[in-house]
Design a protein around this ligand. Structure first.
Ligand code: GTP
Ligand code: MG
Length: 224
């Protein structure tokens, strides 16, 4: 009710809040065991791959970066994918040629002789890593789902065995669990992450989250 009355009050011409009161709030830590374990396994799987595909939610290109990835997995060539751009046509996506070009122009360590390409798909939770793998497989191989997808964070819980996504060039992808930074840098960042479904709502508080969404929509004059 409080939210609805604020929206109505705005529609009648009252001033919008130009800042969101964050004082005294804190974001609970959310770095469950499967993330720490997943990250260790991702590090030890680096020797199996030529390239890293880092998937982002296009709505939070800055808040959605996890600095841990650069520190721990930064050695290999990197492709950044901005996912959830629903207006983008999948047929236009260039992930496979880009990975191929990047691998061919990079040093491949002990994998120099290998004729196949392998990349690890990483990112924070729920940004669409597994969906991307299934979509590439469907597009290039016309084959069905190979990894589980779901609407809440934490669906993929461990580094999976490699999944073929293309025949020419022969390419495999490793799906991995979404990994957040162990400490979310600010409450506002936590709110953005939660609104995009990458952290659980209760960590920032459902009411605060709803209020922040309303504040953001009002600021952008999105009254629909
Ligand atoms: N609107 C929209 N939703 C998407 C897109 N890609 C994935 N999703 C949805 O986002 C949710 C998460 O997708 P997943 O592929 O499971 O995400 P993930 O990154 O593998 O998640 P974790 O395994 O939990 O880390 C699902 O509900 C998907 O249907 C997209 O391009 N647009
Ligand atoms: Mg997944």
């Amino acid at each position: 009710m409080r939210l609805a009355s604020r929206a109505l009050c705005g529609a009648a011409g009252a001033a919008w809040r130009d800042s969101f009161p964050l004082g005294g709030r804190d974001v609970a830590r959310w770095f469950p065991g499967h993330m720490a374990k997943g990250l260790r396994k991702m590090q030890s799987s680096l020797k199996l791959v030529d390239c890293i595909i880092e998937v982002h939610d296009a709505r939070i290109p800055l808040s959605g970066r996890n600095p841990l990835f650069q520190e721990t997995l930064g050695l290999k060539p990197h492709v950044l994918v901005l996912n959830k751009m629903d207006l983008a046509d999948l047929k236009e996506q260039q992930v496979i040629p880009m990975v191929r070009g990047l691998v061919e122009s990079s040093y491949r360590y002990h994998r120099g002789e290998s004729l196949e390409y392998c990349a690890m798909v990483i990112g924070i939770p729920n940004v669409g890593k597994s969906s991307l793998i299934n979509a590439l497989r469907r597009q290039h191989l016309r084959r069905g789902k190979a990894t589980r997808v779901g609407g809440e964070p934490g669906i993929t819980r461990a580094v999976m065995s490699r999944i073929q996504v293309c025949e020419r060039p022969l390419m495999f992808l490793l799906d991995t669990p979404g990994v957040l930074a162990p400490r979310i840098a600010s409450v506002e960042m936590g709110l953005k992450l939660a609104l995009c479904g990458t952290v659980l709502d209760h960590l920032v508080g459902e009411e605060t989250l709803a209020d922040y969404l309303l504040y953001t929509l009002n600021r952008h004059q999105l009254f629909g």
